[in-house]
Write a protein that binds this ligand. Structure first.
Ligand SMILES: NC(=O)c1ccc[n+]([C@@H]2O[C@H](COP(=O)([O-])OP(=O)(O)OC[C@H]3O[C@@H](n4cnc5c(N)ncnc54)[C@H](O)[C@@H]3O)[C@@H](O)[C@H]2O)c1
Length: 401
């Protein structure tokens, strides 16, 4: 495939966004180690994915930190990447920086507003005006870079669960009318970005626990427009391990009595999750896997604490208390220590390639086959990682034969 494809990241210069940008630059410049990239496995040979060197990066941001400064900070504070790689890719990061546009604060709470230091983030008069401006940025990126299609990936800061009522109706006219009002925005920022992706004719992926596309009227509008979408909340660490271990307990009939997970992390995402309402939305998403796979009786608990000195490192300690034959109690404990952005960024590239393929093949609606990548997959009950893996491969290979 010779066409170029756009990857538009909301939260472009965050840890995940900037690492994905560096990854694209590194892949375009020469042979690199593809560890962590699922779509680089031989299982995906011949399915027709866009080459990584043909992906053009752009996005929305509310902070002034550049891509180059963001990857340098990850290197300095967390020991990520070789500094020679950063130096080699600097011209590419600077070129990508020109594709980054000011985002919106419409629908954002005080925690995110406090992050914003860009003076050019406009005070959008209505949510509808914000959607139109954001969509125009994406259309302009599409045209200027002569890409065939654009995938929008939401990787902005986590949001609290929306306080007000989420519009339940599928009628997008009623939703549009409420978005034209100056006050009482019914949607969080993540959903305004999802609406902009629809207006700009893009496939859409929500890598965060935010609401995003999961609003009936937006889902209906995206499907009617022939656009595929999926979310939510990338599965990169503790939950990934849980999605492998929990089915084992179920299959071996070892009832889990309690599963307690304690997470500590130190990056900006950790600082945002330090806000109680935002943390509650993340915990709800993280808790779904064990609850669903080992049954409702297990006492499951997840906690997240912000420990600034850890920077991009996240540590999870899990304690699983289970019962064996003749009611003998036993336990399993594990420790996961991962570099958050390094785990997440290749998945953004995988999701961009797979969403673009789905769009190119003419499929619209929820991309259930991508459940493998998410903690809280839309419209999918199966949370066993191996079952999700097989469903994904079967789906992508079906049309490549
Ligand atoms: N790293 C992981 O392993 C992982 C796993 C699953 C989900 N996530 C989610 O991915 C998201 C990004 O994680 P991160 O570590 O890169 O966080 P980060 O804080 O480094 O990056 C988020 C970026 O979003 C920007 N942003 C915030 N509000 C915005 C808005 N309204 N418009 C445009 N940009 C906005 C911020 O300025 C920041 O640059 C978070 O929501 C996180 O919960 C991360």
């Amino acid at each position: 495939m010779k066409e170029k494809v756009g990857l538009w990241v909301v939260g472009a210069t965050g840890g995940v966004g900037s690492t994905a940008a560096l990854g694209l630059a590194a892949c375009a410049r020469g042979p690199v180690d593809h560890a962590g990239l699922v779509t680089a496995l031989p299982d995906f040979d011949g399915v027709g994915l866009v080459a990584l060197r043909d992906i053009v990066f752009g996005g929305h941001e509310i902070r002034t930190e550049s891509l180059a400064a963001a990857v340098q900070a990850l290197h300095d504070q967390s020991g990520a990447f070789d500094d020679k790689l950063i130096t080699k890719c600097l011209p590419d990061l600077r070129r990508m920086q020109r594709n980054i546009r000011p985002g919106t604060l419409s629908g954002s709470g005080p925690t995110v507003r406090a992050l914003c230091d860009r003076s050019d983030v406009p005070d959008d008069k209505t949510p509808a005006a914000a959607i139109e401006r954001l969509a125009a940025d994406i259309r302009d990126f599409h045209k200027r870079n002569k890409v065939a299609r654009v995938v929008v990936i939401h990787a902005a800061s986590s949001e609290p669960q929306p306080q007000g009522r989420i519009p339940k109706g599928k009628n997008s006219d009623a939703l549009s009318a409420s978005l034209r009002r100056r006050t009482g925005c019914p949607l969080p920022a993540s959903s305004l970005y999802a609406a902009a992706a629809i207006e700009a004719g893009c496939s859409y992926v929500n890598f965060t626990p935010a609401l995003g596309m999961n609003v009936p009227a937006l889902r209906a509008r995206a499907t009617a427009a022939g656009l595929p979408f999926m979310g939510s909340d990338g599965k990169t660490g503790e939950t990934l391990v849980k999605s492998v271990l929990a089915p084992m307990f179920a299959m071996r009939h070892l009832p889990v009595m309690s599963w307690v997970g304690q997470n500590i992390l130190g990056n900006r995402d950790g600082a945002v999750l330090n806000d109680a309402a935002t943390r509650a939305a993340k915990i709800r998403s993280k808790d779904r896997t064990v609850k669903s796979l080992v049954g409702g009786e297990a006492d499951t608990r997840v906690s997240i604490d912000f420990v600034p000195s850890l920077n991009d490192w996240k540590i999870a300690w899990d304690f699983v208390h289970f019962r064996g034959f003749l009611d003998t109690k036993m336990s399993l404990q594990f420790t996961w220590q991962g570099a958050d952005s390094i785990l997440a960024a290749p998945l953004l590239l995988d999701l961009a390639r797979l969403a673009e393929l789905e769009h190119r093949r003419g499929h619209a609606g929820v991309m259930r086959h991508l459940a493998f990548f998410f903690k809280d997959p839309m419209d999918v009950k199966e949370l066993n990682l191996f079952a999700q893996w097989q469903a994904m491969l079967a789906h992508v290979k079906r049309e490549s034969r």
